[in-house]
Design a protein around this ligand. Structure first.
Ligand SMILES: [Zn+2]
Length: 433
């Protein structure tokens, strides 16, 4: 019911303004909820929009909104579908019923409503690409109220795309355009444009999956791919509990994901951190080793065991049938090189932080910090580490790896390290990365 009520308002069919609707308890459950419902006194302080009309033709179209006081606003266009958005301070819409349902000229239809506390929005669906030729507010004059005026002009798609802000250009940010399209789609007008999630992204990468089982124990009953998936999901849940970070998993089920795709996920998300989870094994005759090890990327392996391990982990693609030719060639660029060096510093810092936390709760390898050429750690701009939780070939480690209790403790110390690292990172780098 609640969303239906808003739906009507945003279609411009409602007789009541969005702010007034928000006073009713049912609408407080709508997606625009979470808003302190203004009392009648509060409502009366907002600018009132009393009428709206369109004029012109398919070449040039003008929109006029009558207000009782001048407001500041921002108008911008979006592609796919073609739209123009006008963001205003909170406005008490008292427009005639049915306004905006049908359009004129370049405007197919428009809808309006409250999108957040203190903010209203008008969305124009266009018949085709158009440019905002002019947009301004006129003060009251000659018996006319203050008016917001928008003048649209037909353009071709190329000109339209060029007129967009970079973040709105479809070829630059398909994901953003898609999200905006979803927000403003006619059939879901009640959905307010959710504010972009600015929380730092942590990518958790449970190793292997699908045809690639990883290491095995117990005659094949215990597989690395399952152990690390369970661990990764538990780590995700723990990190998400704080609400401070957004967690993206490279896989949440038994699916094979090529190594390059795991790196791509981290890069596409502009992740603040990438943590790959594995469990090692030594073959019979290779001796015994135990404890957790934290790996960072290096051209030169820190020792022969690290080199052996990187070779093994890098075989994942071969097992899954991914040709190395599919992998993007490494870009030899001085800028990339600089970024890479900085990323390396942060990867090493996180590895040390992680060791500092883990050693209190988890049995660590006798040389717990190592480096080698792991393909999955190769994002030039995302600090990345690979954690081998232990050795499934070691009896004691295996007991830990399958223990719920051990997992909870280890997940806890890893989450602690992630928080410590990112808190420091954000304090120095500011929000956004
Ligand atoms: Zn592995």
């Amino acid at each position: 019911m609640a969303s239906r009520a808003n739906h009507l308002v945003l279609l411009g069919c409602g007789l009541l303004c969005a702010a007034a609707l928000l006073c009713t308890p049912s609408v407080a459950q709508a997606p625009v909820a979470g808003i302190a419902t203004p009392g009648p006194a509060g409502v009366s302080n907002y600018p009132i929009a009393s009428d709206a009309r369109l004029a012109g033709d398919a070449r040039q179209t003008r929109f006029i909104l009558d207000l009782d006081k001048a407001v500041q606003f921002r108008a911008f266009a979006l592609a796919d579908p073609y739209r123009v958005i006008v963001d205003l301070p909170q406005v008490n819409f008292q427009l005639p019923a049915g306004v905006g349902v049908s359009g004129r000229g370049l405007v197919k239809a428009f809808r309006y409503g409250l999108v957040m506390p203190g903010g209203s929005r008008i969305v124009f669906d266009l018949t085709g690409p158009a440019r905002i030729a002019k947009s301004y507010v006129l003060e009251a004059a000659n018996g006319q109220p203050p008016r917001l005026v928008l003048e649209l002009e037909e353009v071709d798609r190329t000109a339209f795309v060029q007129s967009l802000a970079p973040e709105n250009r479809p070829e630059l940010r398909p994901a953003i355009a898609e999200a905006n399209a979803a927000v403003a789609r006619v059939d879901t007008p009640a959905a307010p444009p959710s504010p972009p999630d600015k929380r730092p992204v942590v990518v958790i990468d449970p190793g292997h999956g699908g045809v690639d089982n990883g290491t095995q124990a117990g005659g094949g009953d215990i597989m690395e791919k399952n152990l690390v998936l369970g661990f990764g999901l538990a780590l995700r849940d723990r990190i998400e509990k704080s609400g401070k970070y957004r967690v993206v998993m490279t896989r949440t089920d038994d699916t094979f994901i090529p190594l390059g795709d795991r790196v791509k996920i981290a890069r596409n998300e502009s992740a603040a951190l990438f943590v790959s989870i594995h469990a090692d094994a030594l073959r019979r005759g290779e001796g015994d080793a135990q404890g957790a090890t934290i790996y960072t990327l290096s051209d030169k392996a820190s020792d022969s065991e690290a080199e052996r391990l990187a070779d093994t982990e890098n075989k994942s693609d071969a097992i899954g049938g991914v040709s190395l030719a599919d992998e993007p060639t490494e870009v030899a660029d001085i800028l990339i090189d600089l970024v890479q060096r900085e990323t390396k510093t942060f990867s090493n810092r996180f590895a040390r932080t992680l060791m500092g936390e883990m050693k209190n709760t988890v049995r660590m390898h006798k040389h717990p910090l190592k480096s080698a050429g792991f393909r999955v750690l190769k994002a030039p701009d995302v600090p990345s580490v690979l954690v081998e939780l232990g050795y499934v070939s070691n009896k004691g480690d295996l007991e830990h790896l399958v223990s719920e209790n051990w997992r909870t403790r280890t997940v806890g110390s890893m989450a602690q390290a992630i928080d410590a690292f990112l808190a420091k990172r954000l304090a120095t780098a500011g929000p956004g990365k």
